[in-house]
Design a protein around this ligand. Structure first.
Ligand code: APR
Length: 317
């Protein structure tokens, strides 16, 4: 029987943490690729050495070349330059300022990946996320079903975490979803947030809820300012939840950045919406009935995404 194979490009913080979870859940054999000599090999060896203790039985390979990624089922692209303090200026670049730098990283990587795994599903993590999804789609020529951005899974996780903290209840009982671009304009849907079915508005006062939404929107930035670098546990675990749904054909409903072709009124733009993820990748976009206020927020988010995507210079399709 053929074993599942997942390639993780970028053996940095997000990539190595994702590989860790893929391994511990025994989802697939993992190939870690990075341009730094020794890094993916070292991470792979370290992780593999934990397998007798943690009792996972998968093959982990670290490499600097793409040949070994051949015939991957799913590819996670984390390679890129994360938000880090500039040692000279002491300033953090915004997610959007990274667009050109990471376009030049993700574009050539995508060429290599599709050469060796033409039938794979690519999950994109590199920021600015929505723009990098466009790069992967443009360079790969893949249908939209096979280029999916990890955004809503993480944004929703942060939103739920803050609600659970506020109420002192289990995260398992917090239900909700965050739509939109992976930026400060993301759209947490309060009307669809509940605690075990109880509307959140009955449990948290509006001003507190507004503060939670604001914190979720700036959740990435809050961690950057504490750590001096971008987050990696939650981004990795959110990515692995998507990979798991694809590899196991679970058909979970996960907010993901996908290429919209008219849904929600947007065309040719990656925006975070509820998606069914299964063996084919994106299997269905769920179109929700948004009210005027929610649609207005999504429009603002889409506009912000469009302005970053325009920096790529692909022109309007
Ligand atoms: N080819 C292969 N690997 C590359 C390339 C490239 N052209 N360019 C960079 N990398 C690798 C780096 O060598 C590094 O090991 O990508 C890795 C990125 O790891 P980190 O710097 O630790 O960044 P990380 O925290 O993992 O974030 C990666 O995910 O959440 C996003 O904003 C984040 O875009 C960033 C990405």
């Amino acid at each position: 029987m053929r074993r599942n194979k997942v390639t993780v490009v970028g053996a940095g913080a997000v990539g190595s943490t994702a590989a860790h979870w893929i391994a511990s859940k025994e989802l697939a054999d993992v190939v870690l690729v990075d341009m730094v000599q020794g890094l993916p090999q070292g991470v792979a060896l370290d992780l593999a050495s934990a397998s007798p203790v943690e009792d996972f039985d998968i093959k982990i390979t670290g490499t600097n070349s793409y040949e070994e990624t051949a015939d991957s089922d799913v590819i996670l692209v984390t390679a890129g330059v994360p938000r880090r303090k500039d040692p000279v200026t002491g300033k953090f670049p915004s997610r959007d300022e990274l667009v050109k730098i990471n376009q030049d990283v993700v574009g050539p990587i995508t060429e290599q990946l599709v050469k060796y795994s033409p039938n794979s599903v690519i999950v994109v993590v590199t920021n600015p996320l929505d723009a990098m999804c466009h790069v992967v789609k443009e360079v790969s020529g893949f249908p939209r079903e096979r280029v999916i951005g990890q955004a809503g899974a993480l944004d929703t996780a942060r939103y739920k975490t803050f609600i659970a903290m506020e109420l002192g209840v289990s995260v398992e009982d917090v239900h909700g979803i965050v739509l939109g671009g992976h930026g400060d304009e993301m759209v947490p849907l309060v009307r669809h947030t509940s605690i075990a079915g109880i509307p959140i508005t009955e449990l948290i006062a509006k001003d507190k809820l507004d503060a939670i939404i604001e914190r979720a929107r700036k959740g990435g930035g809050e961690i950057v300012s504490l750590l001096g670098r971008s987050a990696y546990y939650a981004p990795a675990s959110a990515s692995v939840s998507m990979i798991e749904s694809i590899i196991k054909d679970k058909k979970r409903v996960i907010a993901s950045a996908v290429y919209l072709q008219g849904e929600y009124g947007y065309h040719d733009l990656f925006i975070g919406v509820p998606c069914v993820l299964g063996a084919k990748g994106l299997e269905k976009v769920i179109v929700m009935d948004l009210n005027d206020e929610e649609k207005a927020m999504l429009d603002i988010s889409a506009k912000a995404v469009r302005s970053v995507v325009d920096v790529l210079g692909y022109g309007k399709k």
